[in-house]
Write a protein that binds this ligand. Structure first.
Ligand SMILES: Cc1cc2nc3c(=O)[nH]c(=O)nc-3n(C[C@H](O)[C@H](O)[C@H](O)COP(=O)(O)OP(=O)(O)OC[C@H]3O[C@@H](n4cnc5c(N)ncnc54)[C@H](O)[C@@H]3O)c2cc1C
Length: 444
């Protein structure tokens, strides 16, 4: 990192920057500038630090996990719920493998991945309650096996043997993927931040300091840097927008300067999770999800062909125990703008829905747990075609976008980071870039 102005408060690398503002805002220079310090921005920063000698700055309007999606995430690093042969499947496989590599390297260094990342290889159970769903599950299991992912179909009886607290009707059953894992998003973010900070003066964090504008280079027509509310950050190699649900409006503001129009229809999709602490009545061996969850990933249009976003609230049962044994129950999906207020009626519905699969919960009133419950609310960056954008921004040299991961951003993070890095360096693709490109994208 180099200073571009004479008078600025010296910047250490491990800091929440709070510079003294003079008439001219302090300015700095880095090779790579990343906007957004959610899981996507932080893993991209890590990739550049680890795989190159470039300097990296990461900027956030807030601090990691405080706004956006990442801090609320359930933590499933799953192939269950993803469909073999789709565009995101390959990226999911890659993303999961890179998490597994990280967990292994933590272990090799004598640390405990459960402690560092909340890492658990729980396996996943995708549960069905009706015969129609069962048919779909059996088909999915076949596809998983053909795609090389271990999967097994469980009848209701076999399901109950594996997960004794789960009960479904006679026609129910489950797909079991024994290699699926989970993390604790907040622990994992803290770990990645510590790793990034370990690169010393090559890395700097600018938090509580939103990007408000870009600095356009004269001549090349590319981007020279960004302006935040407090600083100007110049960049030599690339600016990466990884601002989750805010990426669309941010990109629009930026490209206006270049007189071009880029359509980034990312929308915040609010989700609630209920965390019950000190709740010994529920011992789960696996991560659970009802199979209906898969239907809600992309909001469906009505008969008129239009999506009525205001009326697409859905609740699907998800349940797991986190790194310290808290019961984590999910989850809701709704379009409510950038509102992050807790809606108690949704929490009630999450609790009731969980009780339909875990009868032991029906014996307990949620009110009796008021002291031990926490609610997490996050804004999933939703894309209408169900795929993130990981792409150069056409017409703006040196600028890339990595956003729109909706409900799978934790799983896809390392695969996304690798893709961005390879794009910047012109490396051969490890996974196919084309489906995630902005160029020629059809959002239907
Ligand atoms: C309830 C819930 C459960 C989930 N469960 C899972 C799961 O089990 N598995 C899974 O894989 N995924 C899960 N997800 C999805 C996952 O959490 C997201 O896909 C992922 O966190 C998106 O990360 P991100 O970095 O793109 O966005 P975010 O985490 O939203 O980060 C974006 C950041 O950009 C910053 N920002 C915005 N505007 C600006 C600006 N102008 N300048 C600077 N910074 C800015 C914000 O402050 C924010 O910190 C879940 C999400 C939710 C809500």
């Amino acid at each position: 990192m180099r200073s571009r102005t004479r008078n600025f408060t010296s910047v250490s690398t491990n800091f929440s920057l709070n510079p003294i503002i003079s008439s001219q805002s302090p300015s700095f220079e880095f090779d790579v500038v990343i906007i957004g310090a959610g899981i996507i921005g932080l893993t991209i920063a890590r990739q550049f630090l680890k795989e190159s000698d470039l300097s990296v700055a990461i900027i956030d309007a807030s601090v990691p996990c405080a706004s956006g999606a990442t801090g609320a995430g359930q933590g499933y690093i799953w192939m269950a719920g993803k469909t073999p042969g789709t565009d995101t499947w390959e990226l999911g496989i890659r993303g999961k493998k890179l998490w597994e590599d990280l967990a292994k390297s933590i272990e090799d260094q004598g640390m405990n991945p459960l402690h560092e990342l909340g890492w658990k290889k729980t396996g996943s159970l995708l549960i069905s309650r009706t015969s129609d769903e069962l048919f779909m599950l059996k088909d999915n299991v076949r596809l998983y096996c053909e795609a090389g992912v271990k999967a097994e179909f469980l009848s209701r009886k076999e399901l109950v043997l594996k997960e004794p607290l789960v009960d479904v009707e006679e026609e129910g059953g489950a797909a079991f993927l024994p290699d699926d894992c989970q993390i604790d998003a907040q622990r994992a973010v803290a770990f990645i931040q510590r790793e990034n900070r370990g690169y010393g003066s090559r890395y700097a964090e600018f938090f509580n300091d939103p990007v408000v504008d870009v600095l356009r280079a004269s001549g090349s027509g590319g981007i020279e840097g960004v302006r935040t509310t407090k600083n100007s950050l110049y960049c030599k190699k690339a600016v990466v927008v990884a601002a989750g649900s805010w990426s669309g409006s941010l990109i629009e503001t930026i490209v206006e300067k270049f007189n071009i129009v880029v359509d980034v229809p990312v929308k915040p999709r609010k989700g609630h999770l209920l965390v019950i602490e000190n709740f010994s009545s529920v011992m789960l061996n696996h991560g659970l999800m009802e199979v209906g969850y898969m239907d809600h990933k992309v909001a469906k249009p009505s008969d008129s062909g239009v999506v009525d976003y205001a009326h697409t609230m859905s609740i699907s049962m998800t349940a797991t125990l986190d790194a310290v044994g808290n019961l984590v129950l999910g989850s809701s999906r709704q379009f409510a703008g950038f509102d992050t207020e807790v809606d108690e009626s949704i929490i009630d519905q999450i609790w009731k829905r969980a009780g339909e699969f875990l009868p032991v919960l029906r014996k307990v009133s949620l009110e009796d747990l008021s002291k031990d419950r926490k609610v997490r609310v996050g804004l999933r960056p939703y894309m209408p075609d169900g795929k993130p954008i990981i792409s150069p921004v056409p017409g703006v040299p040196n600028m890339l976008l990595a956003a729109g991961h909706e409900g799978v951003g934790l799983t896809l993070a390392f695969g996304t980071a690798e893709m961005v890095f390879d794009m910047v360096f012109g490396n051969p693709a490890k996974t196919n870039y084309a489906p995630f490109s902005l160029d020629g994208r059809n959002y239907k």
